[in-house]
Design a protein around this ligand. Structure first.
Ligand SMILES: *Cc1c(COP(=O)(O)O)cnc(C)c1O
Length: 391
């Protein structure tokens, strides 16, 4: 039996877009109100207040109305200017990608990079800042998704704070799936979105902004205004009595409220724990099958994504196509420099349930076997179940 490429898959175990929670889909299906209707304005303020409790920035969160690339580009454009020196911490495709947006602002870029299967060391960040005391902004991607590796954001945040630079963090694929917030990691501009671990469709960016970051954006003559890239324009939009700069994505905001309600009802710690256990079971299975994790050390493999090294002689695109055709299971590829070198199993939102490790491993192992690669699927599944039972 084969699943047609044009038919919906059985299981989407990707790293974004991810399957949405049923409650989020119901939220999206709520009647679309006029954005200036007081009922919607109240919803917008309520959603912003609920977000504030989890983003934990010094000021009210900003919602931008496009998937998180909008938030990242807007952050670079708003925060950075010609006088800035940015220390860009690179451990993967997304952190490297920030450089292009940062350059556009005229800022000087200083790079501290590690191979894409490793993570940044806070001591190296401290040394880089000692060497360049003129650094004004440090940028980091918390979980560089195309590598499935997690950087020590709290420890790096402490180093950045001690130096005095502002800390810009891409927390798109970590927020909601593991502990990260502006307060505990001293983040001045946290960029995330609901379309990864919160289990919403792609459509919004969420920003947590410190007082210092607002002051810097307000003083930046090149910070966008009257633009889809303007963060400043949306500063007061959370208040029900303030105008929106343009029409917000009403349905997406309703979906986001459903997602935050779920997140708070389950309890963030419980949500993080099931992401972590799903990843742990998957990693146990991957290694028991005889495969290798992409992360050079398991200690920094992500709880929201397991990246598996492509075995020698296997075409990674053919592997994913086989898993989809044979079992109806969809995985993510690598991106940029990691494309073709690894396959990613997402554990985000509704797919972050430990039992999903079992179909993921079965589909991955079965597809590899079909392509002539010897793997012990039974051992992988048994190891995953053992990890789940022990968890
Ligand atoms: C998903 C993601 C984004 C959003 O970017 P897309 O390429 O549009 O998916 C940004 N940063 C990280 C780390 C992400 O995982």
């Amino acid at each position: 039996m084969r699943y047609a490429p044009t038919a919906s898959p059985v299981l989407t175990l990707t790293t974004g877009p991810v399957d949405a929670y049923p409650a989020v889909l119901r939220g999206l299906a709520t009647t679309v109100l006029y954005d200036y209707d007081p009922a919607f304005q109240a919803t917008y303020q309520r959603v912003s207040e609920k977000l504030a409790g989890v983003v934990k920035a010094q000021t009210m969160p900003v919602i931008l109305h496009g998937e998180p690339v909008l938030g990242l580009e807007a952050a670079a454009a708003s925060l950075l200017g010609a006088g800035d020196v940015v220390l860009n911490l690179v451990s993967g495709v997304y952190s490297k990608g920030l450089e292009d947006w940062a350059k556009r602002s005229g800022a000087e870029i200083v790079e501290l990079a590690v191979p894409y299967d490793r993570i940044l060391d806070p001591a190296d960040v401290a040394r880089a800042l000692e060497a360049r005391p003129d650094v004004t902004v440090v940028s980091l991607c918390h979980h560089d998704t195309p590598s499935g590796t997690v950087n020590p954001v709290e420890a790096i945040g402490a180093v950045v704070r001690a130096h005095g630079a502002l800390f810009l963090v891409d927390a798109v694929s970590s927020f909601g799936g593991m502990k990260v917030d502006a307060e505990s990691s001293a983040i001045d501009l946290l960029v995330t979105g609901p379309n990864k671990c919160l289990g919403c469709p792609p459509g919004l960016s969420i920003l947590g902004v410190s007082e210092r970051a607002w002051a810097k954006m307000e003083a930046n003559p090149t910070a966008p205004r009257g633009s889809i890239l303007s963060i400043l324009d949306w500063k007061e939009a959370w208040r029900a009595d303030r105008p929106f700069p343009f029409t917000p994505s009403v349905a997406e905001v309703n979906g986001l409220e459903a997602a935050i309600d779920l997140y708070l009802a389950e309890g963030p710690e419980n949500v993080w724990a099931r992401h972590a256990l799903t990843a742990k079971a998957t990693r146990a299975g991957v290694t028991a099958m005889g495969l290798q994790l992409w992360a050079a050390e398991e200690s920094f493999a992500a709880p929201t994504c397991t990246a598996v090294r492509t075995p020698a002689g296997i075409d990674e695109a053919a592997l994913r196509a086989e898993a989809r055709a044979r079992y109806g299971v969809v995985f993510s590829s690598g991106r940029g420099e990691t494309l073709g070198k690894l396959t990613r199993i997402g554990h985000m939102g509704p797919t972050a349930q430990p039992i999903h490790a079992v179909p993921a491993l079965a589909a991955l192992g079965g597809a590899l076997s079909a392509l002539g690669c010897r793997v012990d699927v039974g051992a992988g599944v048994a190891a995953a179940l053992a990890a789940i039972d022990a968890g």
